[in-house]
Design a protein around this ligand. Structure first.
Ligand code: BG6
Length: 486
């Protein structure tokens, strides 16, 4: 088997180094790469933030974050911190901060004999992207003796116009090939497996179209609420937070045409075509919900309007269900139902593809109503794998039919899967943009949803711990469909 490609040594600069994302996701991913020997030798990680702090304090806080995972030994985390991590405080004077950061990076390169490759990771809120990109660009840090890559977290914009403006600003300083727009769903093994599942199994691919498929569902359900992130969530809501990015990426992988070649540009071209073919969404295709007090996993939880920092008359949606149509040859007339929400009974993300019923029905199900249609369920999380539901005869003289499932779960075969961030961070180091979102892709996605953002239908309510508003069921039922319940 060919050995995995090795990344070149570099300096990895994280803006927002004291923030939640760095401490909860990025740092553990970098540490995992280090312990697995996949962090290139000599690589230095520089945390950047506004807090005045020295290297020792920063390292200690990182060790604390890493050892929050009981499997991480303090001795190992400290050794990693001492050998790799340092801190650079911003003073707020961009004209001085960025050139000084450049000098710090150049100093580390000299000290460690590094070839001058740099990654700038913007683990920042949306409003901080423009000044940071500008600061880097104006200080000449978009160029270096080696390669320079910039990673931009979500949300990439708030609507079509702001995403277009952010792209324009980024392109003023960086070439598109240097820009890595992250969507952590693309790092999940099961999301990547969507293409293998579809394109390596020819029997499926020949049925993957409007002739055989009745409707497609993408569900991303969470039991968590806003978890102290009300400040951000109030300005976002479920459409911006989950649908425009994660859910749309999953949808594009389910619906895209096979690419001409398995390379990043051909795959991303096909995903963009899916988004371009989406029909304009009508208000009656949208249900926006918000959770009221309820019970999740046996515990009483407050409603969204009672969460700290949320105004008592907030109309931000914590749940959204949409019906989409793709006007292309493969999917004409097939509804795609997508939904996501917080404070639902459990965390569960899945794609459910429901096939058309046989043209002539010879059998009725055991309980004397129509047969369940065949279904392929692709489990994204927390269970990962796929299941195929089909009809079988119950043994006996009487002709009775029952639905059964064939199941494949990753954990039964391969054990635990790596975290999406680990995969994506390593891809940036390797210079592989396949699992990142291209400029045109992010714009097309915002173009699709901006009419709803500009003219949102009124909010409806659901109690925390229930499956979402009844209006979402009616959205599916109006076309004779049903959301999956398992
Ligand atoms: C983030 C959202 O992008 O994804 C959060 O901002 C959400 O609101 C999270 O909880 C879900 O990610 P995952 O990997 O837990 O499904």
């Amino acid at each position: 088997m060919p050995s995995a490609p090795a990344a070149a040594p570099h300096v990895f600069v994280v803006f927002g180094a004291t923030g939640d994302l760095m401490q909860r996701k990025l740092l553990p991913a970098l540490y995992a790469l280090h312990t697995e020997g996949r962090l290139p030798p000599g690589t230095a990680i520089v945390g950047v933030a506004r807090h005045a702090m020295d290297d020792a304090t920063f390292r200690s806080s990182c060790v604390r974050s890493l050892t929050a995972d009981p499997s991480t030994k303090e001795y190992d985390a400290r050794a990693f911190a001492e050998s790799v991590l340092s801190y650079f405080p911003l003073t707020g004077a961009a004209g001085q901060d960025y050139p000084a950061l450049g000098q710090r990076v150049a100093g580390l390169e000299q000290q460690r004999g590094l070839p001058g490759n740099r990654i700038f990771y913007l683990a920042l809120p949306l409003e901080a992207f423009p000044p940071t990109l500008q600061g880097l660009g104006e200080a000449g840090l978009a160029k270096a003796p080696g390669w320079v890559r910039v990673v931009i977290e979500k949300p990439f914009g708030r609507d079509f116009a702001s995403a277009e403006a952010l792209n324009a600003l980024a392109h003023r300083y960086f070439d598109e090939s240097q820009i890595y727009r992250i969507d952590h769903y693309l790092g999940k093994e099961t999301v990547q497996n969507l293409l293998v599942f579809r394109l390596a199994n020819a029997f499926l691919e020949s049925d993957w179209n409007r002739d055989r498929i009745e409707h497609v569902e993408v569900t991303v359900a969470e039991s968590l609420g806003v978890e102290g992130r009300a400040g951000y969530y109030e300005t976002s809501g479920a459409l911006r937070d989950m649908i425009q990015n994660h859910v749309t990426q999953v949808l594009a992988l389910v619906a895209m045409e096979p690419p001409a070649r398995r390379n990043e540009s051909d795959i991303r071209d096909e995903k963009v075509k899916v988004l371009r073919s989406a029909r304009r969404i009508q208000p009656e295709d949208v249900v926006r919900g918000q959770y009221t007090p309820g019970t999740v996993a046996g515990a009483a939880v407050p409603g969204y309007r009672e969460e700290p920092g949320v105004p008592a008359d907030s109309t931000t949606e914590t749940y959204i269900a949409l019906r989409l149509f793709l006007d292309n040859w493969r999917w004409q007339g097939v509804p795609f139902f997508v939904r996501t929400g917080k404070r639902l009974p459990e965390k569960s993300s899945r794609v459910v593809v429901t096939f058309r019923a046989p043209p002539v029905s010879f059998f009725q199900s055991e309980r004397d109503y129509d047969l369940n249609p065949d279904r392929v369920t692709i489990l994204l999380q927390p269970e990962e794998g796929f299941e195929i539901a089909f009809e079988v005869k119950v043994p006996g003289r009487e002709l009775r039919v029952q639905t059964h499932r064939m199941k494949f779960h990753y954990s039964d075969v391969f054990g635990p899967l790596p975290d999406g961030y680990e995969t994506l961070v390593e891809d940036v180091m390797l210079g592989d943009p396949s699992l990142f979102v291209r400029a045109d892709e992010v714009e097309e996605s915002w173009r699709l949803y901006t009419p709803i953002l500009e003219n949102p239908p009124p909010i409806v309510f659901y109690a925390a711990g229930t499956a979402g508003p009844a209006e979402a069921d009616r959205l599916a039922e109006s076309g004779g469909h049903r959301w999956s319940t398992d």
